[in-house]
Design a binder for this molecule. Structure first.
Ligand code: ADP
Length: 427
């Protein structure tokens, strides 16, 4: 094939455009990338200079965000109106505008020329848009030679403009997402701080109420008041449990250091916790039973934290099971793990909620005919307690039939996440 000056130039343009396409994801900053684009635009269209202008919502003007390197600072101060400017015309029409060498003088927005000590003869402006949304304009000025800008130049600038629009949009999106993530993290921190402080402050007066009430109970005062005292003690104990839950909602990252590791007899923990709920179960006419193996179940961990997790599961099972129902707490040994399941034949959990119930403050809407005075914290606390041990927790439930909450604890020090996940039921 014969190499003509035109075909040579077109090859060069292709190579440069491909290169810029590849660099879209590797340029260190947006400014660097836009600089490469305007330099390339000048080179490939044979222009004196090129620039990129972005529409500024607050002012309704177009502002330069890239241009010749040596004019950078001056350019950043200049704004171009959307009316009566070539850039504005391309922006509003959403189509390229070409100013030929002989038209230059009267048509261009002269403030820019004055600011930049520049004289525009010919100009090409193409609109920048992302998914149909106009964003700004890319310009090339003063093409060498007398003929002015051609259709080929329009195509080059449109391609470079598309790269620019992509890069700008991605950066804006990324910045926005980073700000949102930061705001969310701040909010989460404030929420945790508030919970921790509130729980801490409320414990002291509650301790006083509980202390005085149990003192009066011990005095064996007139039996007609005993009923009231019992109600006070019971209510206060429930409030204490809620406060314990609130105080336990701490981040998984900060808490492992506070884990007191010993060999825990998990079968004994199960028996004790179940024993502690028998009165509640009887009052609700629910059968509460254990199902334990004949051999001991031991795991390395913090007994107090395992108790908290299990209590929260059993409390929920009793709360969401109707009178006449059954709650079974089963302990099993798996290779390297101890598995604890709390199985009820209660109201169950709708499938769409199952993925969320371990989140803080999440409660199933349909259960909001408040069955018990929870705050949507019990399961998130249980989850934190289990995760601290390097274990895992999940639920299998059928609405109207019942739920099976299961957690596993490694028998010895925490193991890798991959090993843990094999116990997850397939979704
Ligand atoms: P709460 O303290 O409000 O019970 P949890 O985090 O313990 O909060 O539980 C979240 C929600 O999950 C509950 O409000 C309830 O709707 C649902 N849930 C938990 N355990 C059960 C269960 N055993 N059966 C049915 N629904 C349950």
């Amino acid at each position: 094939m014969e190499i003509t000056p035109e075909s040579d130039q077109s090859n060069r343009a292709h190579v440069r455009l491909l290169q810029l396409g590849r660099e879209l994801n590797t340029a260190p900053t947006l400014d660097d990338y836009l600089q490469m684009l305007v330099d390339c635009a000048s080179e490939l269209t044979g222009s004196d200079a090129s620039s990129i202008l972005l529409y500024e919502q607050e002012t309704g003007l177009l502002k330069f965000i890239a241009g010749p390197h040596y004019q950078r600072d001056r350019l950043r101060r200049v704004r171009v109106p959307v009316e009566h400017s070539v850039a504005g015309e391309a922006f509003q029409k959403g189509a390229p505008v070409i100013i030929r060498p002989e038209e230059g003088e009267g048509r261009v927005f002269s403030t820019v020329d004055r600011e930049l000590f520049f004289r525009t003869h010919s100009l090409l402006a193409v609109p920048l848009a992302f998914r149909g949304e106009p964003m700004g304009v890319m310009e090339a000025v003063n093409k060498a030679g007398a003929e002015g800008y051609t259709q080929n130049d329009v195509e080059i600038l449109e391609t470079l403009g598309a790269f620019a629009a992509n890069a700008i949009f991605n950066t804006l999106l990324f910045d926005e997402a980073s700000t949102i993530f930061q705001d969310l993290a701040d909010l989460e921190q404030k929420k945790s701080d508030f919970i921790a402080i509130a729980a801490h402050e409320l414990r002291t007066p509650l301790g006083l109420v509980l202390g005085h009430a149990t003192y009066l109970q011990d005095l064996q005062i007139d039996p007609k008041y005993q009923r009231h005292l019992e109600a006070i003690v019971k209510g206060s104990m429930r409030m204490k449990e809620l406060l314990d839950d609130m105080a336990s909602v701490e981040s998984e990252e900060s808490a492992p250091a506070r884990l007191k590791r010993h060999t825990v007899a998990v079968d004994e923990v199960i028996s004790e916790v179940v024993q502690g709920f028998q009165v509640d179960a009887r009052q609700k006419r629910i059968i509460l039973r254990t199902d334990l193996p004949s051999t001991p179940l031991a795991a390395e961990g913090d007994a107090e934290k395992i108790v908290i997790a299990l209590e929260n599961l059993v409390r929920n099972a009793l709360a969401f099971t109707d009178p006449g129902g059954l709650v079974l707490v089963r302990g099993e040994k798996l290779p390297g793990y101890v598995k604890v399941s709390v199985i009820d034949n209660g109201i169950g959990i709708p499938a769409r909620d199952q993925a969320h119930i371990f989140e803080r403050f999440y409660q199933v809407e349909a259960h909001n005919v408040r069955r018990h005075g929870g705050m949507g914290l019990g399961l998130s606390v249980a989850r934190v307690m289990v995760k601290l041990h390097g274990g895992d927790i999940w639920v299998e439930s059928v609405e109207g039939k019942g739920s099976n909450f299961t957690f596993i604890l490694p028998e010895r020090a925490p193991q890798g996440a991959a090993e843990r996940s094999i116990f997850q039921p397939r979704g």
